[in-house]
Design a protein around this ligand. Structure first.
Ligand code: ADP
Ligand code: MG
Ligand code: MG
Length: 207
């Protein structure tokens, strides 16, 4: 896999977040402060600006810079969480060649490890982790079953969508939505929704 493949993912993710900004902000208006779509759009537009002004020799350099951009440009919980995801994702691929489906899986797991370290979420807390956790497991299961990268990413995106849907009845225990207590139940988590969009974008572009 070439650096250009990962550039394609970031560009596709940016246009996806742009197209879904009102949808994500609408979800955040029910259980948060109505800015998740704007946050994701602003962050990924800054990543696109980075891609315009620099060229990257390696996947790890690209992903680390993208992560730093998200940390610095997105206020709110999601900026540091997604920023750390990309930083760790890049670090995991430093010096790795060729980049195999296994290596991408390890990079996803390392990235999500960063999200957990920062956000301390557990499964069922009604956060983005409720989409990431089943996605990682589905990815690894697909690879163990002999799937190639495309198959593993498709399985991961489908599992993330189920995890996203399963956040609806949950009571939030992390982030702003947790301030609502029981009233957070009955609403889909915005971050689990953007995670699913990011993985669907990966399935379209990385394989
Ligand atoms: P903010 O809540 O600061 O306005 P956003 O609206 O951009 O930030 O992002 C909210 C999303 O961030 C939530 O829907 C949830 O998925 C995710 N989130 C919040 N806190 C955590 C956490 N501690 N761990 C994992 N994800 C979290
Ligand atoms: Mg918000
Ligand atoms: Mg906010």
């Amino acid at each position: 896999m070439e650096v250009g493949t990962f550039v394609s993912w970031l560009r596709d993710a940016a246009s996806t977040m742009h197209d879904n900004a009102s949808y994500l902000t609408g979800l955040d208006s029910a259980i948060g402060d109505a800015d998740h779509g704007a946050n994701m759009d602003r962050g990924f537009q800054a990543v696109v600006a980075l891609l315009e002004e620099s060229s990257f020799e390696s996947v790890d350099e690209l992903m680390k810079k993208a992560g730093m951009t998200l940390v610095s440009k997105v206020g709110g919980a999601s900026g540091p969480l997604y920023g750390t995801f990309f930083l760790r994702f890049g670090t995991a691929l430093a010096g790795v060649s060729p980049i195999t489906a296994e290596a991408v899986g390890e990079a996803f797991r390392a990235g999500v490890g960063g999200i957990l370290q920062r956000g301390k979420a557990e499964l069922g807390d009604k956060t983005m982790y409720d989409a990431w956790a089943p996605a990682l497991d589905a990815y690894d299961a697909a690879v163990a079953d002999g799937s190639d990268l495309a198959g593993a990413l498709t399985a991961a995106a489908e599992a993330a969508a189920k995890g996203r849907d399963a956040t609806v009845p949950l009571v939030a225990r992390k982030g702003r939505a947790s301030y609502l207590g029981e009233r957070s139940a009955g609403h889909q988590d915005p971050g689990a929704t953007s995670t699913t969009l990011l993985l669907e974008s990966a399935a379209r572009t990385l394989a």
